[in-house]
Design a protein around this ligand. Structure first.
Ligand code: PLP
Length: 412
């Protein structure tokens, strides 16, 4: 990273220069990367940290007493400590894993499966990613529990009255996304978790799209479980974590069995390690999580409040440009939004639009965004989605808008 970031006056062009990939050309045009909700780009410091690990320190963790083994273990555990500090939780409550999908499955199989029974319900919101739907369906099938859905309003806001009404005594667990990956809606998870807690409902918050964009204080949110993924917050793919309350981790059986997660194994029984190691069977993504530690250092140096402010500015500009385009409809206009904008253009299929934008160097995602129930709600098969990060620029927003104008003319 540009080591001397002055948090009070950030030079966003210098920040952008920390991301080597953003200098690329695509189809002969400078790349405009508007797909950060899918995966984020990585600063040089993260890439170099992973490279340095494999060049100089590569060894397995928590096993060997030799120097490299200690270096690897220390760096891996230091990454856990950094990550815990970043989201304000205790490091022993942070299970490192491959990302949100894995994290939610740990809760599903280790917490929900042994507890739920016929007559119980799992409450989800309309705007959940498949990662916060399908594990619950699998649990429901095996336990006889049912799935209930809390609806949203047309603008993509979670209907809180409906949500609280749906928190009936049969509901044992609520799954809610912190920020929608399709609509950009920021849900008031602190208030929602407080209401759930009053009614004895455990809460699982999907933080995948929150951590890259906002200051997240998990302790203040007051949930039972918080899942997130590292690759959307400048870290390597295959990284992330599950945070869970200490009492849950102590009571939950392990999700996977194997090495690293045990204290002693005999053929007549095994004594499991303490949390979080009890949930980290096998050799983990060591280099990846050390890289994620570097991503946390990077974001910390920028300051998440600065990231939030920068992205709010970019979002305002993006909305301004898009609302000027005739025939373009934004899907998801909630008041509190992250810089994620889904849209449709009259007469153009989302995939065609994304393909034609790609020819102009603009990368947006098209499709259902792993949110079929939300697509059903809006009566569409797919949308285009522009998702920004702090490393994007106002010039890119203008290039993007001009590219859409060009596509509209082409398709007219
Ligand atoms: N939840 C949300 C809101 C997401 O946007 C994503 C990824 O797109 C996921 C869950 C799944 O994350 P991962 O594939 O990293 O496990």
């Amino acid at each position: 990273m540009s080591a001397q970031i002055d948090k009070a006056r950030i030079d966003w062009n210098a920040v952008r220069a920390d991301f080597p990939l953003l200098t690329r050309e695509v189809n002969g045009k400078p790349l405009v990367y508007f797909d950060s909700a899918n995966t984020g780009q990585k600063p040089a410091s993260v890439i170099e940290t992973v490279d340095d690990f494999y060049r100089r320190h590569n060894a397995n963790v928590s096993r060997a007493v030799h120097t490299l083994g200690s270096e690897a273990t220390d760096a891996y555990e230091a990454a856990r400590t950094k990550l815990a500090g970043f989201v304000n939780v205790h490091r022993d409550e942070l299970v490192l894993c491959s990302g949100t999908t894995f994290a939610i499955n740990v809760v599903a199989y280790s917490w929900a499966l042994p507890r739920l029974k016929p007559g119980d319900a799992i409450l989800l919101t309309r705007m959940e990613h498949h990662a916060n739907i399908v594990p619950w369906q699998l649990v429901a099938e095996r336990t006889g529990a049912t799935i209930k859905v809390a609806e949203i309003t047309r603008d993509g806001t979670l209907d809180l009255d409906a949500l609280y009404k749906a928190m009936t005594p049969d509901v044992k667990l609520l799954g809610v996304t912190h920020v929608s990956n399709v609509l950009g809606t920021i849900n008031p998870v602190r208030e929602i978790c407080r209401e759930a807690r009053k009614r004895g409902i455990a809460t699982v918050v999907d933080g995948s799209q929150a951590l890259p964009h906002r200051c997240v204080d998990i302790t203040a949110i007051g949930c039972d479980f918080y899942a997130f993924t590292g690759h959307k917050m400048c870290g390597p793919t295959g990284t992330g974590a599950l945070w869970a309350r200490k009492e849950h981790l102590a009571a939950m059986p392990p999700f996977l069995g194997g090495g690293e997660m045990i204290k002693e194994v005999r053929f007549d029984g095994t004594v499991f390690n303490d949390a979080p190691h009890k949930f980290e069977a096998g050799t983990p993504n060591i280099a990846g999580h050390i890289g994620l530690g570097a991503a946390v250092d990077y974001l910390d140096a920028l300051g998440m409040a600065n990231v939030e402010a920068r992205e709010a500015e970019l979002l305002a500009h993006l909305n301004e440009e898009l609302t000027r385009i005739e025939g373009l409809r934004i899907v998801g206009t909630a008041r509190d939004k992250a810089a994620v904008v889904s849209f449709l253009v009259e007469g153009a299929h989302a995939h065609d639009l994304a393909t034609l934008l790609d020819l102009q160097g603009v990368a947006v995602r098209s499709g259902h965004h792993c949110a079929h129930p939300l697509m059903h709600f809006y009566g569409v098969a797919a949308t285009c989605r522009a998702s920004l990060a702090f490393y994007n620029t106002h010039d890119e927003i203008e290039t993007f808008a001009a590219a859409i104008h060009k596509v509209r003319k082409l398709l007219a």
